[in-house]
Design a protein around this ligand. Structure first.
Ligand code: BTN
Length: 268
């Protein structure tokens, strides 16, 4: 059977967005779509440009980790944005993307949760990760690259043994083959709506509501892992600007910024 592919020609007639995903760079194989997106963005690629690859040979995750991206099995893609906002506000876009992916996965009947700041999880295992990278001056953003990795149709034996207890796919969880094209279009369309609303009115209430109501960690005991420490805390809230409010055992509170920390449930 010929694998379905994600070239623009394959999905353009199903896509109803105006500019999100209307300029597409498609690859059969690439090192990392984020690396390619950064190169294209620095040469002037326009907002909403999408880079998709069927596989990545050097996919990158947060905090220097790698991202396994086998051929035809996932959505491995990056979106180039040029928001006219302050660099500190770029982190909000990650929350918007997380909400959008959650919404699109939910439409498939799969009840995922959002693990602040950038993971979509189910049954304590990761389905999707988001890698936001930015190029900015002091007060202006040159570009933002949103890297999205969704484990779509991986079978259990296609997930490396050492991460099998912490990673899963939509197919494994739903026991159904998932249409990657439909998922891609849904994400691009929902993202355009949420992103436009954010840029026009600086409003991300709907996204925050989704992140709070479907959080995998709010109200729970978590570990806050920084460079030199690992502390137990309770996740209290996600603030309007996308930070995580936590309370430590001694009663002190802290607002966490996503770049600084990694959070884990106490179970691992
Ligand atoms: C994480 O959870 O650590 C983030 C993972 C992000 C993976 C995606 S796959 C597409 C894009 N290209 C990359 O090299 N990484 C992101």
């Amino acid at each position: 059977m010929k694998e379905e592919t994600l070239d623009y020609e394959d999905f353009k007639s199903d896509l109803s967005s105006k500019y999100m995903g209307r300029s597409v760079y498609y690859f059969d194989s690439i090192d990392s779509t984020n690396t390619k997106a950064k190169k294209l963005a620095s040469k002037g690629a326009k907002e909403g440009t999408v880079i998709i690859s069927e596989e990545q040979t050097a996919g990158r995750g947060r905090l220097g980790s790698s991202w396994i991206s086998p051929k035809h099995k996932g959505l491995w893609m990056s979106i180039i944005l040029r928001p006219n906002i302050a660099p500190v506000d770029a982190v909000k876009i990650t929350q918007i993307v997380a909400a959008v992916i959650h919404k699109s996965i939910n439409c498939l009947g799969i009840k995922s949760l959002i693990k602040w700041p950038n993971d979509i999880v189910l049954n304590d295992k990761k389905l999707c990760g988001i890698l936001t990278e930015m190029n900015a001056e002091l007060n202006t953003i040159n570009y933002v690259v949103i890297g999205i990795g969704i484990n779509v149709n991986l079978n259990e034996d296609e997930i490396p043994k050492d991460i099998r207890s912490i990673a899963t796919s939509l197919k494994i969880e739903s026991k159904n083959y998932i249409d990657r094209k439909a998922l891609l279009c849904s994400i691009l369309e929902n993202f355009e709506i949420f992103y436009d609303e954010f840029l026009e009115n600086f409003n991300m209430e709907t996204a925050l509501k989704i992140c709070r109501e479907n959080s995998a960690i709010l109200g729970k005991e978590i570990q806050v892992i920084k460079k030199d420490s690992c502390l137990c805390a309770k996740a209290i809230d996600i603030t309007n600007d996308g930070r995580l409010l936590v309370e430590y055992k001694d009663g002190s509170k802290e607002y966490l910024i996503s770049e600084e920390v990694s959070v884990r449930g106490l179970m691992g």
